[in-house]
Write a protein that binds this ligand. Structure first.
Ligand code: SF4
Ligand code: SF4
Length: 118
C-alpha cells in the first residue's frame, strides 16, 4: 500500500505534506518534463503507509491508493512512473512553503477544475 498525490496538488506545492512525512518520501521533480504536472510525488517504494500526510494537505490532494477517486485514476501510476523515468538526483525534497493555505472556495474551485466532485 502507498499513498498518492493527485493532480489537485498541481501548481500548489505548499509542502505541508513534506513536513510531516517520517521517511521523507515526498519529492519535487527538478527537471523539465512536460509528461508530469507541476506537483509533488510520493515514491511508492519508500512510503511506509502511515497516512500522516493526508490530513495535512489543505487541498485534499492525497489519497490512499485503494481510495483514489476514479477521475484521478492515472495519478497512482504517475506517482510511480516519475521515479522510474528519472534518477534520484533529479528530485529534491522541497524545503520551503510556496503558497499560503487556500480558503474553502479555492479548494472547491480547484476540485471542479480537475473534474472532481466529492
Ligand atoms: S500538502 Fe497537498 S497540495 Fe501541498 S504539496 Fe503536499 S500534496 Fe501538494
Ligand atoms: S503515507 Fe506516510 S510515509 Fe507515505 S507519503 Fe504519507 S507521510 Fe510519507
Amino acid at each position: 500500500m502507498t499513498w498518492v498525490i493527485t493532480r489537485l496538488c498541481s501548481d500548489c506545492k505548499d509542502t505541508a505534506c513534506v513536513e510531516v512525512c517520517p521517511v521523507d518520501c515526498i519529492y519535487e521533480l527538478t527537471v523539465d518534463d512536460t509528461s508530469y504536472r507541476n506537483q509533488l510525488f510520493i515514491d511508492p517504494d519508500e512510503c511506509i503507509d502511515c497516512g500522516a500526510c493526508e490530513p495535512e494537505c489543505p487541498w485534499g490532494a492525497i489519497f490512499e491508493d485503494a481510495a483514489v477517486p476514479e477521475v484521478f485514476g492515472q495519478d497512482t501510476e504517475i506517482n510511480a512512473s516519475v521515479f522510474q523515468e528519472h534518477s534520484r538526483e533529479e528530485f529534491r525534497i522541497t524545503p520551503e512553503q510556496l503558497l499560503d493555505d487556500p480558503i474553502p472556495e479555492q479548494v472547491i474551485e480547484n476540485e471542479k477544475k480537475w473534474g472532481y466532485e466529492r
